[in-house]
Design a protein around this ligand. Structure first.
Ligand code: NCD
Ligand code: ZN
Length: 358
């Protein structure tokens, strides 16, 4: 049995408000605990998106009622809400500012760079900005961070050109950090047929699964990667198999077993696991210490991943049938057993907002 600190996932989509048939603060934080995760930071692309005081209240009230592990809630950078987001009372209750810089994202899409500037200028420098920016728009986001002399965290990097750019930016002293998701480390576009089972929508995720060369480059440049994050993006199996499949993979419950299997295979060390799933994430996102919190893992337990055993409401996983090693046995959160042997023991509402911790 090994003991790990409470794991932190800085990138999850919990679908509340607006799409609780896919997930909500109850099912999503249950999935987190089952995966050994004790803090989740929830993304703002809900329905409605979290981009003003009323919508932030909506999400925070739902979380307060239902979250079983600790949590934070991002606010979304919209075309004209930088005056609101940067209000101290509002930024103080947010996990960070999420900027969707280049993908189609309805109300939260920032189409042109003049819309980026107020956010980079006004958001408090000591709080995180997380950018969804792929390839060249990532280069632009890093340039904005340099111009404004402030940190930026790049979400879900997936390409060789991205990891090499971030290495170069870090070497120049630019304050950039990044995360990578297990699905971009363990899957490439060559795996799409196997994931799909005849339903091409199941292989859809943003950023898209990349080439084998990109995957190899992420592994080779592991020292550049600050954090692991799931981008847990649950959509039901019927939505994934429909004519208009939404992109996204669930990931909370497969997060640690996949990473620990890589440790067993000699591709990562336990120090990497603790740094990238706890210590670095806590530092970058300015998260509080969770007292009396740990995760007990049977590192030798071998088992097969099965969606039917998961707590996420979406009821599928791209890793169905994968044989992994390392099972979470017990999670102790702030002195209470929150998960043990497959059972969620933390009550609804036990989770605390990481910005109002004491
Ligand atoms: C995300 C989702 O479903 O909310 N999907 C995904 O593939 N990562 C949205 C997104 O981040 O683009
Ligand atoms: Zn995401």
């Amino acid at each position: 049995m090994i003991q790990l600190p409470g794991l932190i996932d800085p990138h999850v989509h919990l679908r509340e408000p607006g799409a609780t048939h896919k997930e909500d603060f109850d099912s999503g934080t249950s999935a987190a605990l089952a995966g050994g995760v004790t803090i989740v930071l929830a993304m703002p692309n809900t329905k409605p998106p979290i981009f003003d005081a009323d919508t932030l209240d909506l999400a925070l009230n739902a979380a307060k009622q239902k979250a079983r592990c600790d949590y934070g809630q991002y606010v979304g950078a919209g075309p004209d809400n930088s005056d609101w987001t940067s209000h101290k009372a509002e930024s103080d209750r947010a996990a960070g500012l999420k900027m969707y810089l280049d993908s189609t994202f309805g109300e939260l899409r920032l189409d042109d760079m003049t819309l980026w500037s107020p956010h980079f200028a006004n958001w408090p420098k000591d709080l995180p900005i997380v950018a969804h920016s792929e390839s060249r728009s990532m280069a632009a986001a890093i340039l904005f961070a340099a111009i404004h002399d402030r940190p930026v965290h790049i979400a879900h990097i997936s390409l060789k050109e991205e990891v090499l750019l971030i290495r170069a930016a870090k070497e120049r002293g630019i304050k950039v950090t990044c995360e990578v998701c297990p699905h971009h480390l363990f899957l490439s576009k060559d795996d799409i047929p196997a994931i799909s089972h005849g339903h091409p929508g199941r292989g859809e995720v943003r950023p898209r699964l990349a080439t084998k060369e990109d995957v190899d480059a992420l592994w080779k440049n592991m020292d550049v990667i600050d954090c692991f994050a799931t981008d847990h993006a649950p959509h039901t199996i019927s939505e994934k198999d429909s004519d208009n499949p939404p992109p996204g993979f669930p990931g909370l419950e497969t997060f640690l077993p996949l990473i620990l299997t890589a440790v067993q295979d000699g591709r990562l060390t336990m120090d990497d696991v603790i740094a990238k799933m706890h210590t670095n994430t806590k530092r970058i996102f300015k998260l509080p210490e969770q007292p009396e919190t740990w995760v007990e893992v049977d590192e030798n337990a071998q088992y097969e991943i099965k969606a039917s055993e998961q707590f996420t409401r979406c009821n599928w996983t791209p890793f169905e049938g994968w044989k992994v090693r390392g099972r979470v046995r017990k999670v102790v959160l702030r002195g209470k057993t929150a998960f043990e042997d497959g059972k969620i023991l933390a009550e609804l509402g036990y989770g605390k907002n990481i910005r109002f911790f004491n």
